[in-house]
Design a protein around this ligand. Structure first.
Ligand code: UT7
Length: 338
């Protein structure tokens, strides 16, 4: 057992439902318009998992299977699966257990991790520790959310924002000891809960006729304070991780930001001094897929990434939770396969 191994991403995969929900579709559902959505958020369309028999674990299972195909390994050789989600199939069993079963990862243990839009970063950090301590060889980290299951499609302030997706990575020890997760700054502040939450269904407000009537099983967001906190915190932490590792804007090959709002992404890139050409942006196609946004970007960009490139992954989300991870990419350019 060595304590010097870095945890590197050795496969990346994403899964998207086929059905699209466009701004034009939303114009027919609520009092909104394409221009408002595009200028305030940057979103044009999102994907929706319409099949009522499918849930988050099905998306995670597809991601696990895709990772294994890409890496040429059997799902049964995976040691651990961590699923970041706020839309688990159910409270228990965990989505990780269901997805392991559905994908054939029969020798893995696993658990769900709840940190909303920062879920993937929290899970990546957690999964990385199992690799760097040498206790586990193959760890899968997936961010997946079926946001359509908790969105109120009569509330124009939230329904235009979110979409469904799953995406994730395989972590293994990097043989060079140089590529992989190099540093992480993760933070949280529970006082932000009142601005972004789903109130019912848990031990505080168990499901009842009253909670259903009061629409407490849907996501609630007071956009302005969340926006303000996001702009400051995500930019600060992204700058901080560069500074404490002596990375200049030129050293940063890519910023991989959570995709909640184009204006938050721009504010973060500006603070870091990183030009738009080095920022991964796909919010226009998928909207905010909560825990899936960051790995979804990695999957889409993997065909142009090369070993040794410096990536800064940054997020802000419900909790509040936020953070930044510096990693050195370890994979050769890899074409995207659905
Ligand atoms: O990923 C998790 C973390 N979440 C975030 O990072 C989201 C952070 N917040 C935001 O991205 C933005 O606050 C929103 C995109 C949610 C909203 O943008 P905003 O510029 O903060 O708008 P606002 O909430 O201040 O609303 C401005 C106006 C309001 O009308 P009045 O009061 O000025 O007459 C809203 O009622 O826009 C109205 N509005 C809409 N109009 C058309 C709100 N939603 C819509 C809509 N279509 N969908």
């Amino acid at each position: 057992m060595s304590s010097t191994q870095t945890a590197a991403i050795t496969a990346v995969h994403g899964w998207l439902p086929e059905d699209k929900l466009t701004n034009a579709d939303l114009e027919k559902m609520v009092d909104t318009n394409d221009e408002w959505i595009r200028t305030r958020t940057g979103i044009t369309e999102r994907r929706i998992l319409k099949d009522p028999t499918k849930a988050t674990s099905d998306m995670v299972a597809e991601v696990i299977k895709g990772l294994c195909v890409q890496r040429g390994i059997e799902p049964a050789t995976i040691d651990l699966v961590i699923v970041a989600t706020v839309t688990p199939d159910m409270f228990f069993p965990s989505t990780a257990q269901l997805a392991c079963y559905k994908s054939g990862a029969v020798n893995a243990w696993g658990f769900d991790l709840s940190a909303a839009c920062s879920g993937f970063l929290f899970a990546l950090r957690t999964g990385g520790q199992f690799i760097s301590t040498g206790t586990h060889k193959r760890v899968v980290v997936v961010g997946s959310d079926k946001m359509s299951s908790i969105v109120d499609y009569t509330d124009r302030t939230t329904c235009v924002l979110f979409g469904d997706a799953g995406a994730g990575v395989l972590l293994e020890a990097d043989p060079t000891g140089d590529n992989g997760i190099r540093d992480a700054i993760l933070r949280s502040d529970g006082s932000g809960a009142e601005h972004l939450r789903m109130q019912a269904g848990g031990s505080l407000n168990p499901a009842s006729h009253e909670t259903v009537d009061a629409k407490m099983h849907f996501i609630e967001q007071d956009g302005k304070p969340v926006f303000k906190a996001a702009v400051t915190s995500m930019a600060d932490v992204s700058y901080e991780i560069m500074e404490r590792n002596g990375l200049s804007a030129d050293d940063v090959s890519w910023l991989v930001p959570h995709q909640a709002n184009m204006r938050i992404i721009d504010a973060t890139a500006n603070r870091m001094g990183v030009g738009r050409e080095k920022v991964m942006i796909n919010i226009q196609k998928y909207g905010n897929t909560t825990a899936a946004t960051i790995p979804l970007c990695l999957w889409e960009w993997a065909e142009r990434l090369t070993p040794g490139e410096n990536l800064i992954l940054s997020s802000f989300g419900g909790g509040f939770t936020w953070g930044s991870i510096w990693l050195k990419w370890a994979m050769e350019p890899t074409p995207k396969a659905q």
